[in-house]
Write a protein that binds this ligand. Structure first.
Ligand SMILES: [Ca+2]
Ligand SMILES: [Ca+2]
Length: 113
């Protein structure tokens, strides 16, 4: 399955720098109670409305869940921007297109392509 992630209205976690957050996302799937990382996007520099390149994951069971974490890439320790958990069944029943609020600020869109 190929997925494309995008986000809007992310917070600026580089307030001291001339730009803004450098966001990337990690996607995990849950299998048997354990979260496994299934994909990671590239970093989109200085953009609080990033659209990432699609990536491929193994077909996810309808009984499982996606967890997406969004991070701001820094030279030292990356800053956590937010996360969200989406039911795979819910995602597939909405025709593989879902926009959800992130835990702190902004929205995340997950799209099957
Ligand atoms: Ca930062
Ligand atoms: Ca930056």
């Amino acid at each position: 399955m190929q997925l494309r992630l995008s986000a809007t209205n992310l917070p600026n976690l580089d307030p001291a720098a001339p730009g803004t957050s450098d966001a990337y996302a990690k996607l995990f799937t849950q299998l048997g109670g354990t979260w496994e990382q299934a994909g990671v996007t590239e970093v989109v520099p200085d953009n609080t409305n990033p659209q990432w390149q699609p990536f491929t994951i193994k077909a996810a069971s309808e009984n499982s869940w996606f967890k997406i974490e969004v991070w701001d890439h820094d030279e030292g320790k990356d800053d956590f921007i937010g996360n969200v958990i989406v039911s795979v069944a819910d995602f597939l029943s909405s025709e593989g297109f879902k926009t959800v609020p992130l835990s702190q600020q902004g929205t995340l869109t997950i799209e099957k392509v």
